[in-house]
Design a protein around this ligand. Structure first.
Ligand code: SAM
Length: 254
C-alpha cells in the first residue's frame, strides 16, 4: 500500500515542478481550441468581460482568452512561470498567488478559467476562493489537453509516456461537486498540436512526472518513446498534427 505522506509529497513536488523549465513549457505545450474557450464562457449567464486565468503558467490559455477580447488577469504561484507570462504578454496584469488564496477582490470576475491545473488544487479551498471572486452567474471553467487515444498509435504512445494524473481527473469531472455552484457540465473538442518527433519529445519532457524524474529515468523513457515514434508512419515525415482532445468542465456560480 502506498504511504499517503509520500503521495502528498510527490503531488506537491509535481505541482511545483514547472518553473525551472518555463521557457521550454512556453515553447512546447499546446494551446487550447477557441471553440472550447467559447463553450466554457457560455456557461455564464451574465456577459463575460473580466476573466481570471488561474494557474496561468506561461500564458498558454491566457493568450487565447485575450484573443477573444476579454480583460484577463493572470494568477500563478511560480515566479519563473509568471515571469515568462509577463515577458510574452506584457499587457496582462499578472499576480503571484495560489488557487487556495486568490489575490483578487470579491465578485471581481465574470469567469475563472483553469488550464491543465485543477488537479493540483486543494479543491475545497480552491472552489471556495473561486466562488468568492466570481460574480453571481459567473462561470468556473477547467480545461485539459490530452492525447486523442481513439488513434491507435497515439494510444500506444500515451501508454509509453504514462500521462496519468490529469486524465483521470478530467474524466471523473462530472461527479465533482462544488458548494455554491450548479452541476458541472462536460464537453470535448478535437484539437491538434503541430509537432515533429523532436518537438513532441520536448513536449513530453515538460510533463511533471518527467520534470521530477532522475536523469537516467527521464533519458530511458524518452529513448523508448523516440524508438516507438520512429516506427510510426504518421510521425516519420518531418512535421505532423499530433491528435489531441480538449476536455472542458464548466459550472455556474449561484
Ligand atoms: C501544467 S501547468 C498549466 C499552466 C497553464 N494554465 C497552461 O494551460 O499551460 C500547471 C500550473 O499550475 C500551477 N499550480 C500548481 N499548483 C497550484 C495551485 N495550488 N494554485 C494555483 N496554481 C497552481 C503550476 O505552477 C503551473 O504553472
Amino acid at each position: 500500500m502506498s504511504d499517503p505522506g509520500t503521495d502528498a509529497e510527490l503531488h506537491a513536488r509535481r505541482a511545483s515542478s514547472f518553473g525551472d523549465q518555463a521557457s521550454a513549457y512556453a515553447r512546447h505545450r499546446p494551446d487550447y481550441p477557441r471553440a472550447a474557450l467559447e463553450w466554457g464562457m457560455s456557461g455564464a449567464n451574465r456577459p463575460v468581460r473580466d476573466v481570471l486565468d488561474l494557474a496561468a503558467g506561461t500564458g498558454k490559455l491566457t493568450e487565447g482568452l485575450v484573443d477573444l477580447g476579454r480583460a484577463v488577469t493572470a494568477v500563478e504561484p511560480d515566479p519563473g512561470m509568471l515571469a515568462e507570462l509577463s515577458w510574452r504578454l506584457p499587457d496582462v496584469p499578472a499576480l503571484l498567488g495560489k488557487a487556495e488564496d486568490i489575490p483578487l477582490p470579491d465578485e471581481s470576475a465574470d469567469a475563472v478559467f483553469v488550464g491543465q491545473a485543477m488537479h493540483w488544487f486543494d479543491l475545497a479551498a480552491a472552489f471556495a476562493q473561486i466562488r468568492r471572486v466570481l460574480r453571481p452567474g459567473g462561470a468556473m471553467v477547467a480545461l485539459w489537453n490530452h492525447e486523442d487515444e481513439s488513434v491507435p498509435w497515439v494510444r500506444e504512445f500515451a501508454r509509453l509516456i504514462r500521462t496519468d494524473i490529469n486524465r483521470g481527473f478530467a474524466d471523473s469531472g462530472q461527479t465533482l461537486r462544488a458548494d455554491g455552484f450548479g452541476p458541472f457540465e462536460q464537453d470535448r473538442f478535437a484539437h491538434t498540436h503541430r509537432r515533429s518527433i523532436d518537438s513532441l519529445l520536448a513536449t513530453v519532457g515538460t510533463h511533471s512526472h518527467l520534470l521530477i524524474a532522475s536523469a537516467d529515468e527521464r533519458d530511458r523513457l524518452l529513448a523508448e518513446a523516440r524508438a516507438y515514434l520512429e516506427t510510426v508512419p504518421e510521425a516519420g515525415t518531418g512535421e505532423f498534427d499530433y491528435p489531441l482532445v480538449t476536455t472542458v468542465l464548466r459550472a455556474r456560480r449561484r
